[in-house]
Design a protein around this ligand. Sequence first.
Ligand code: NAP
Ligand code: ZN
Ligand code: ZN
Length: 347
Amino acid sequence: MLPTKGYAAMDAGAKLQPFSFERRSVGPKDVLLQIQYCGICHSDIHQARDEWGGAIFPMVPGHEIVGTALQVGSDVTSVREGDPVGVGCFVDSCRTCDACKQDLEQYCEEGMILSYNGRDKNGEPTYGGYSQQMVVDERYLLRIPKNLPPEGAAPLLCAGITVYSPFRHWKVGKGHKLAVVGLGGLGHMGVKIGRALGTDVTVLSHSEHKKSDAQRLGASDFVLSTEEGIFSKLANRFDFILDTVSAPHTADDHLGMLKTDGTLILVGAPNVPTTVGAFSLIAKRRRMVGSLIGGLKETQEMLDFCSKHGITSDVEVIPIHQVNEAYERVINGDVRFRFVIDLESLS
Ligand code: NAP
Ligand code: ZN
Ligand code: ZN
C-alpha cells in the first residue's frame, strides 16, 4: 500500500482538511501517477456537501486530474514512465455491458466507479485528485497532449468533455445559433468548444461583469438574464441551448428561446428538480435532453480536438490550503473560470 496525503471533507457540513490514507499497490495493469493539478468542479462542492445524497465520508474530491506516470505495472502497454496522463470522473466500470462495449462507460449498466465518492470492486471507498498520487488501471487513463499546459488541461477532463460530448452527439456545428446559459467552468468551455465547432454563440448570464469575458472567449452576444422582458425578446432564436446553471431554476424561460425543433441540452445539476411546463416543449416540437460527462474514447477525442485548436480552460491556480475559500468563491460566481489546485503545495 502507498501512504498518500490529501484533503478531505470529514462530513457534509465540514470544511476540507488534511487527510492521510493509502492507495493500493501498483498491479500489473496499473499506473501510479503523481498528481500535478486538479480542477475544482462545482460537482465537487455538491458532493462534499452531500447535496445530491448518498455521499461517502471522509471524501477526497477531485475528478479533473493531470499528472505524470511515476511507475507502470508489468503488463501496461499504453503508458510509459514520465508520460503526461489524466484521470476524469471515473476509474472503472463493468467493461462488459452494452454501454461499456459502446465506449459509453459513463452510462455503465452496473454503474461507473467514480474517481471519488464511489466504491471500487472490493467495496473500498475511492479517493479523488485533491491528493499527491493515484493508482489507476491504464484503460481508464487519458493521454494529455504535450502542447497543452497541464493546469489548463486539467478542467478538460470534466468541464471540457461534459460540453463536447452532447455537442458531438446532437451534431452542434456550423450554421447553428447556440446559447450558453451560465458562464462558469462548464459554460466557458461551452463557448470555446462551441466556437471551434463553428457555431454562433450567445452567452446568457446573471452576472453583468462577465460581459467582456464572454466577448473575449468568442461569444458574439452577451445577454443579461435578469433584464426585464429578455426572454420574450429572445423567443424562437436558438437551435441549441447549453444549460450549465448549478442553482435551482425552471427550464421554461430557456425553452422559449428555442426555434421549432430546437434542443435544450441540460448539463447543470442543481439539487432540486428543474421544472418544465408541457407547452414549452409541445408548442414547437422542442427537445430537452440531458448528458453526463463522456466515455474514455470520446474524452481522448476531445483532448486531441482541444490540442488541435489550442483550447484549454482559463484557470486560477491555488495552493491546496485555499480550497475552502475557493469553494465559497465558486458558489458566489467569483472565478475566472476554473480554480485548479497545484498539488505540489501538499508536500
Ligand atoms: P460553476 O463554475 O459554478 O458555474 C455555474 C454557473 O451557473 C455560474 O457561473 C453562474 O453563471 C450560473 N449560476 C450560478 N448560480 C446561479 C443562480 N442563482 N442563478 C442563475 N445562474 C446561476 O459550475 P460548473 O463547474 O460549471 O458546473 C455547473 C453545473 O454542472 C453544476 O451543477 C455541476 O454539478 C454540473 N456538472 C454536470 C456535469 C454533467 O456531466 N452533466 C459535469 C460537470 C458538472 P453566470 O454568473 O454567468 O450566470
Ligand atoms: Zn466535474
Ligand atoms: Zn458497464
